[in-house]
Write a protein that binds this ligand. Structure first.
Ligand code: ADP
Ligand code: MG
Length: 611
């Protein structure tokens, strides 16, 4: 007798099913993709016991004719491709023709379908693997219903790999979320053990945030930033979390390439890098991102359940993703903080007519941290044009402002000034927070965190350009250090120099002669010690170069205003204006938020006004 035998069709199907069907969630994914490929816009899902005892997917797609119904269950039978070349321009989710064959091989399976041109529906019940099933007439609505019962009843070994009902349900739910995020115009309802648990209504174009909120919750929907960029043949769109809305896990990350949900390490890394400067390490951003690329430059046929794909040029796509997101995570507050703001500081500053007089009072705060792009005159004009009478809290125009108001040509500029995104300071709370009023309501700013960000961005820019400018100390500071630290400091003295320190040595002490100008008020000894600690983490000079941002962040922390520092209203306004111009000012260098808007609407609802 021959040792090698040809396996039975039913065994072949079961073996092959192993690749496609790992658990109920894999079945649901395949069936939902089939429904979407069939043009359905309403899908109902019923789940019992984590999908193991029952999974039913009902759609209103184009349906399958009675003739073709048995074919749909055969291996390698598909209506979606005819030749391998079709894969180069694939627009459907499916193409392998394996799902229904696999699912029906490992479950008690039933399919009911009424094709859009048919008068009556057709049905197949497959209770034991049967290669030539009977087709019955049935009365049903247009579309297709797939019922999968007793998963793995005939492959007990597989059943043992399933997790608890609750965990299997959570996998199913995750599949639904993914598919729902990529198909806004389709409604999804879900019952679990007879109870309605999800009800995602179809949303029109432009209202996608409603679906985002339903699927990912209010917190993400209220704390995200819109992505929309294209370059050459690449396009990216979607939503990414504001950096202070971070998570402990990478769970809220949804990536779609040509609307197919995929995992891709290089892209995930590119996203992470775009947040590296604004998010605490070990935290994860949340995102829903859609990348659209020419189907010929991506291979979707590298994974049985099509979760991984291969790009012909993965590097350039990752770079495109990084660049697109970095632009958003680092944009100045003026561009991002408040929606619908009419304010555009650049247009005011570009207008030549806006030339305030030199005599206007110069406030301390701005003079210690000078705006990168503005002249002193411009800064002073902006900050001093907003003054609030301390006693009455009614805004009084300054003399200089009155001057401008009287000039008709400059009405436009004034309108802009009154609409600063972060508003006007009205006071300080607990020596920690600036309270400000803007068009939408109340702004609360964490002084230290905000100032730290402003300084960090300034120093970073200065470091990149001609180096951080330094300030000679009136009295040099002598600091004793351990000999290994002294050795290291001497070795990389150039780095300290670039960071704005100038040093000399005396025995086992370092003498600090000058410090970065922005840090002239800092405690020099503490600053130097922290910089040493940060620098000692990077052994080679290469890693040090990469890490300069971390060192600068440490330094910025020393420069920033401290709790209980008293700031005048002018100084507070100075900081608010600086924040508006600072990249990524909404969070400090450690990813904590720097400011919070409490809208009048929220306050009204809290105080139950107008109800
Ligand atoms: P694939 O999706 O890769 O083509 P499947 O095994 O998932 O393979 O499905 C086989 C075929 O059955 C599909 O090509 C499609 O023509 C048909 N089909 C499956 N599910 C549906 C559905 N819900 N509505 C309409 N046609 C379907
Ligand atoms: Mg399919």
């Amino acid at each position: 007798m021959s040792k090698i035998i040809k396996l039975d069709e039913s065994i072949i199907r079961q073996v092959a099913a192993g690749e496609v069907v790992q658990r109920p969630a894999s079945i649901l994914k395949e069936c939902l993709e089939n429904s979407l490929d069939a043009g359905a816009n309403a899908i109902e899902i019923d789940i019992e016991e984590g999908g193991v005892s029952l999974l039913r997917i009902k759609d209103n797609g184009e349906g399958i004719t009675a003739n073709e119904l048995p074919l749909a269950l055969q291996r390698h039978a598909t209506s979606k491709i005819k030749s391998i070349d079709d894969l180069n321009s694939i627009h459907s989710y499916g193409f392998r023709g394996e799902a229904l064959a696999s699912i029906s091989a490992v479950s008690r399976f039933e399919i009911e379908s009424k094709h859009k041109d048919a008068d009556i529906g057709a049905k197949i019940e497959l209770f034991e693997s049967d290669s030539t099933p009977d087709v019955y007439d049935c009365t049903c609505g247009y579309g297709t219903t797939i019922t999968v019962k007793d998963l793995f009843y005939n492959v007990p070994a597989r059943r043992r790999f399933l997790k608890s009902t609750r965990t299997e349900f959570s996998y199913l739910d995750e599949v639904i979320k993914k598919i729902a995020l990529a198909n806004f115009n389709v409604s999804f309802t879900v019952t679990n053990n007879g109870k309605r648990v999800r009800d995602f209504l179809a949303v029109e174009k432009g209202n996608e945030q409603e679906r985002i909120e339903q699927v990912l919750g209010t917190e993400f929907s209220q704390n995200n930033m819109l992505v929309d960029n294209s370059e050459n043949d690449y396009k990216i769109s979607g939503w990414i979390s504001k950096p202070y809305f971070s998570r402990g896990y990478s769970d809220m990350q949804y990536l779609f390439v040509n609307n197919r949900v995929v995992k891709d390490k290089a892209i995930a890394h590119a996203v992470k890098r775009a947040y590296s400067d604004v998010m605490q390490s070990g935290r994860f951003p949340a995102f829903v991102l859609f990348i659209t690329i020419d189907p010929t430059v991506v291979d979707v046929n590298v994974h049985p359940s099509k979760e991984e794909i291969r790009f012909t040029d993965s590097k350039s796509i990752s770079q495109f993703v990084y660049k697109s997101l970095k632009k958003i995570t680092s944009q100045p507050l003026a561009a991002s903080f408040i929606e619908n703001t009419e304010f555009n500081i650049n247009s005011i500053l570009e207008s030549n007519e806006f030339k305030p007089s030199k005599s206007e009072e110069k406030h301390d705060f701005s003079s210690s941290v000078i705006l990168n792009d503005l002249t002193n005159e411009q800064q002073n004009a902006i900050a001093s044009s907003i003054i609030i009478d301390n006693k009455t809290s009614v805004r009084q125009p300054l003399q200089s402002e009155q001057k401008i108001i009287n000039n008709n040509d400059q009405q436009k500029s004034i309108k802009g000034i009154q609409h600063h995104p972060l508003g006007h300071a009205i006071g300080q709370l607990s020596g920690l927070f600036i309270l400000a009023q803007n068009k939408s309501g109340l702004i609360i700013v964490d002084m230290h965190a905000a100032h730290e960000r402003v300084i960090y961005e300034k120093m970073k820019t200065a470091y990149k350009n001609n180096g951080i400018s330094s300030q000679l100390l009136l009295v040099p500071v002598k600091i004793k250090v351990e000999c290994n630290i002294l050795k290291r400091v001497k070795e990389i003295e150039e780095v300290y120099f670039q960071l704005g320190f100038s040093l000399s040595y005396s025995g086992d002490a370092v003498i600090i002669k000058s410090v970065p100008a922005l840090l002239k008020k800092a405690d020099v000894a503490a600053l130097f010690s922290d910089v040493n600690i940060e620098i000692s983490r990077y052994e080679t000079s290469d890693s040090l170069t990469i890490a300069t941002n971390n060192i600068i962040a440490t330094m910025a922390c020393h420069a920033a205003v401290r709790a209980n520092d008293y700031l005048s209203l002018d100084q507070m306004n100075g900081l608010l204006r600086e924040m508006e111009q600072t990249n990524a000012a909404e969070q400090c260098n450690h990813g904590r938020p720097t400011c919070k808007q409490l809208s009048l609407k929220e306050l009204d609802s809290f105080f139950r006004r107008g109800t």
